[in-house]
Design a protein around this ligand. Structure first.
Ligand SMILES: NC(=O)c1ccc[n+]([C@@H]2O[C@H](COP(=O)([O-])OP(=O)(O)OC[C@H]3O[C@@H](n4cnc5c(N)ncnc54)[C@H](OP(=O)(O)O)[C@@H]3O)[C@@H](O)[C@H]2O)c1
Length: 293
C-alpha cells in the first residue's frame, strides 16, 4: 500500500455529484490531498467540499484547457461523466478530454467510473459510450483501473433520480420483477476507487465488475416493506412517456437486463471489500438516518 503524503494529490471529477462526492470523502478520510473539480465553485456542494478540506477548482470537462490546469502536478484522477446531464456524445468528448489531459500531465493513475458489464453488444447507449472512452484510455497507454457498477442502491431510495422512484414501477415492468439485478451502494464503489489509488500496484490494469449483491426487484420490494413497514412508492408512467421525458437508454438497459443472463456476481467486490452493504443493510441504514425513499 502506498500511504499518501501531503504532496499526493488526487483530482476528482464530478466531485459535487454522487460518485465523485463519495470518492472525494473517502480520499480525504484516507489523508490524500483532494482537488475537487466543479463548474460552479460557489455552489452549496462545492462549498461543503471546501469545508471538508478539498481544494475546489473550477473546470469544465468540455474545456480541455481547464482540465490541463486542474490536473497539473497531481498523482491521479478519478474520472466520471454523466450522460443523463450531457447526452452520450458529450459524455464521450468529456471522458476523452479527461484522458488526454491525464496523459499530457503524465499522471500515474486514472480510475475511471464506467458502468455495465463490459460487453460490447448491449445496444445501451450509455454503456457503449463508456467502452469508447475506455478504448481511448487504453490507446493512450494510461495506467488505468476501471470500476464498473450496474445499479446503485440509491436508485431505490434517492429522490434525485428522475422520475422519482421510477425504479419500483418501470424497472420491474421492463426487466421483470424476478430478474436478479447487481446492486452496489455508491459509497462502496467509492471505497474501491480510493483503495485503487492507495494500492496502484494491485489495481492498475484491472477492470472491476462491482456488485455487492444480486437481488430482484420483487425481493427488494419485500425487504423494503419489511424494513420500512410500507410499500415503496411507485411512479406510474407508460413506457412511451418515460422514453420521451426521461431516458431511452434506461428503457433499453432495463429490457436488456431482463433478457440477459445475470449481469455479474458479487465475488469481486466481496473479495476486495467484504463489508460492502447488502440491500438489507442499505435500507436499514437509510431508515436509521430518516431517509426512506
Ligand atoms: N444510477 C446508477 O444506478 C448508475 C450505475 C452505474 C453507473 N452509473 C453512471 O454514473 C454516472 C453518473 O455519476 P453520478 O451519479 O455521480 O453523477 P452526478 O451525481 O449527476 O454528478 C455529476 C457531476 O459531474 C459534474 N459535471 C457535469 N458536467 C460537467 C462538466 N461539463 N464539467 C465538469 N463537471 C461536470 C457535475 O458537477 P458541477 O455541476 O459541480 O460542475 C456533477 O457533480 C453516469 O455515467 C452513469 O452512467 C450510474
Amino acid at each position: 500500500m502506498t500511504p499518501p503524503d501531503a504532496a499526493s494529490t488526487i483530482v476528482v471529477a464530478g466531485a459535487t455529484g454522487r460518485q465523485g462526492g463519495a470518492v472525494a470523502r473517502r480520499l480525504l478520510g484516507a489523508g490524500w490531498t483532494v482537488r475537487a473539480l466543479t463548474r460552479s465553485p460557489d455552489s452549496k456542494a462545492a462549498r461543503r467540499l471546501a469545508a471538508a478540506g478539498a481544494e475546489v477548482v473550477r473546470a469544465d470537462m468540455s474545456d480541455r484547457g481547464s482540465l490541463d490546469a486542474a490536473l497539473a502536478g497531481a498523482r491521479g484522477v478519478f474520472s466520471v461523466q454523466n450522460p443523463a446531464l450531457s447526452g452520450v456524445k458529450d459524455e464521450v468528448r468529456q471522458g476523452k478530454n479527461v484522458a488526454d489531459a491525464a496523459r499530457a500531465a503524465e499522471l500515474e493513475h486514472v480510475v475511471y467510473a464506467s458502468a455495465g458489464t463490459g460487453a460490447a453488444d448491449t445496444g445501451i447507449g450509455w454503456w457503449d459510450s463508456k467502452l469508447e472512452i475506455e478504448a481511448h484510455m487504453r490507446e493512450l497507454g494510461l495506467a488505468l483501473t476501471i470500476v464498473r457498477p450496474v445499479a446503485f442502491m440509491e436508485l431505490m431510495t434517492d429522490r434525485g433520480f428522475y422520475p422519482p422512484v421510477s425504479t419500483w414501477h418501470l424497472m420491474p415492468k421492463l426487466a421483470g420483477g424476478s430478474t436478479p439485478i447487481p446492486w452496489i451502494a455508491v459509497d462502496d464503489a467509492a471505497a474501491v476507487a480510493a483503495l485503487a489509488f492507495a494500492e496502484p500496484e494491485r489495481y492498475i490494469g484491472r477492470d472491476l465488475k462491482l456488485a455487492a449483491e444480486l437481488r430482484s426487484i420483487d425481493e427488494c420490494r419485500a425487504l423494503y416493506r419489511e424494513i420500512l413497514g410500507r410499500r415503496p412508492r411507485g411512479f406510474p408512467m407508460p413506457v412511451w412517456m418515460f422514453n420521451r421525458v426521461a431516458s431511452r437508454d434506461l428503457v433499453t438497459m432495463w429490457r436488456w437486463l431482463g433478457d440477459s443472463e445475470p449481469a455479474g456476481n458479487s465475488d469481486t467486490l466481496r473479495a476486495i471489500r467484504p463489508e460492502s452493504l447488502t440491500v438489507r443493510d442499505w435500507l436499514q441504514r437509510r431508515t436509521a438516518r430518516g431517509q426512506p425513499g
